[in-house]
Design a protein. Structure first.
Ligand code: PGA
Ligand code: ZN
Length: 434
């Protein structure tokens, strides 16, 4: 099989916020093509790979012509003639060519698009779907999804402080059933907003616009939506929160804009522990700010036995940071965003570091997305166990949920939906569970 790379090319396409982004296309000597599009975050960790943007006044400074030139120029020159099956070697080449810790020279948007396009080309050359190419002959499972019902934070003009209010269909028996439950809950939430005279459209990832007076009102409404849809909160559909606390916290202080109150680290932890006591929350992401290591350790000591605690901005898909967090007991799960790392191989290393530590691992989209469904294949092919894509509306989100349904169908009788077994608490001996 000839899997040599003949050409690498990038073009400007547009993401779900109408902003420019990079699409890369890798063509093998046989004519086989792999293609992928870089996503873009809005609430970004400070250690993430850089999205190279042109600045200036055109397109609000968001244009990506420099990143595209990097693909068509130095990256294409370096990759020509390389074997697309050698993902690790190609990604190492991209890392070396860039030469910075955060892809500041080539742009993480350039490198992640190329890296993903290479793995697509390799899978296509082998005549396999990407998830199967990644999994090899090993067994795979359909991930437990977390689906946003209300969007907030940076994705909703800071209308409420919490960024994502999500559900996890832990009681479903298949991915298809999980989607069906989600449809019911998303619709019920919309009806509750309409009945309260508060229906106001959707936020960046498709969740209902959070027209609430307090953060807690959003939590209570989510529980009511689950009940209204006919499911038992906690048992069948659990709550999952992304606090994205770096957006409103720094130096051990947390400013809740909606409620105009400022909390110190202990106050913030007390607020979250109170919510954990009173709401059926199974997972909580970025509960403290990325600079608040002591807060993360204290919160995980207090709550790590009963809830999944995910590092997103805190870990930025970095294997070394995952290992450090595991040693320090700073969290028990890692969000895997390929564009935070900048290459497929580095994202995989972060995921494997998480699995080695007994962490929950969640492959995640960004708030700026496209029709690209690569992350669904990564979640299945890498056996991540969990998948976070945003809400249950808008094409760039539904494309990913629908792709997972196709994979479940392709697996036929051997399809296994992980449900609650994907959470780190399920992997702990019973005696240690909170
Ligand atoms: P972002 O947020 O893609 O806007 O950075 C997503 C998240 O925080 O999980
Ligand atoms: Zn997050």
């Amino acid at each position: 099989m000839n899997t040599r790379i003949a050409a690498v090319h990038a073009r400007r396409v547009w993401d779900s916020r109408g902003r420019p982004t990079v699409e890369a296309e890798v063509t093998l000597t046989t004519g086989t093509i792999g293609r992928a599009i870089a996503p873009a975050g809005a609430s970004r960790g400070s250690r993430e790979a850089v999205d190279l943007r042109d600045g200036g006044s055109a397109l609000g400074g968001m244009d990506v012509q420099r990143a595209i030139a990097n693909v068509d120029g130095p990256i294409a020159a370096a990759l020509r003639g390389r074997d697309a099956l050698d993902q690790a070697g190609i990604d190492a080449l991209l890392v070396a060519l860039d030469g910075t810790r955060n892809k500041a020279v080539l742009g993480g948007n350039a490198t992640v698009a190329v890296s993903l396009a290479v793995v697509h080309a390799a899978a296509a050359a082998r005549g396999q779907p990407l998830w199967r190419h990644l999994a090899g002959d090993g067994p795979v499972a359909l991930p437990l999804p977390e689906i946003q019902i209300f969007g907030g934070g940076a994705h909703a003009g800071r209308r409420i402080d919490i960024q994502d209010l999500m559900v996890m269909p832990v009681g479903a028996t298949s991915f298809a059933e999980a989607m069906r439950m989600t449809a019911d809950i998303y619709r019920a939430a919309g009806e509750l907003m309409r009945d309260a005279g508060r229906a106001s459209g959707v936020a960046d990832e498709g969740g209902h616009w959070p027209a609430f007076d307090t953060n807690e009102e959003a939590l209570a409404t989510l529980v009511r939506a689950i009940e209204r849809a006919g499911y038992r909160p906690g048992e069948e559909a659990a709550l999952s929160l992304d606090i994205a606390a770096s957006e409103f916290g720094a130096d051990g202080r947390y400013r809740l804009g909606l409620e105009t109150r400022e909390l110190d680290r202990d106050g913030m932890i007390a607020l979250l522990l109170d919510w954990l006591d009173r709401y059926p929350i199974a997972s909580i992401e970025d509960p403290l700010a990325e600079d608040d290591r002591d807060g993360w350790i204290a919160f995980t000591r207090a709550a790590g036995a009963r809830v999944q605690i995910i590092g997103d901005d805190y870990l930025t898909t970095d294997a070394a940071r995952v290992r450090l967090a595991a040693t320090e007991g700073a969290c028990n799960a890692v969000l895997i965003k390929p564009n935070q790392a900048g290459t497929v191989t580095e994202a995989l290393a972060a995921l494997r570091a998480g699995q080695a530590a007994g962490f929950g691992t969640i492959v995640s989209a960004r708030s700026g997305e496209t029709e690209d469904v690569s992350i669904v294949h990564l979640a299945v092919g890498w056996n991540a166990g969990q998948l976070k894509v945003g809400s249950f509306a808008r094409g760039e989100r539904m494309a990913k949920w629908n792709e997972a349904l196709r994979i479940e169908e392709a697996l036929g009788g051997s399809a296994r939906y992980l449900g609650a077994a994907a959470l780190p608490s399920a992997r702990r001996p019973k005696t240690l569970r909170g």
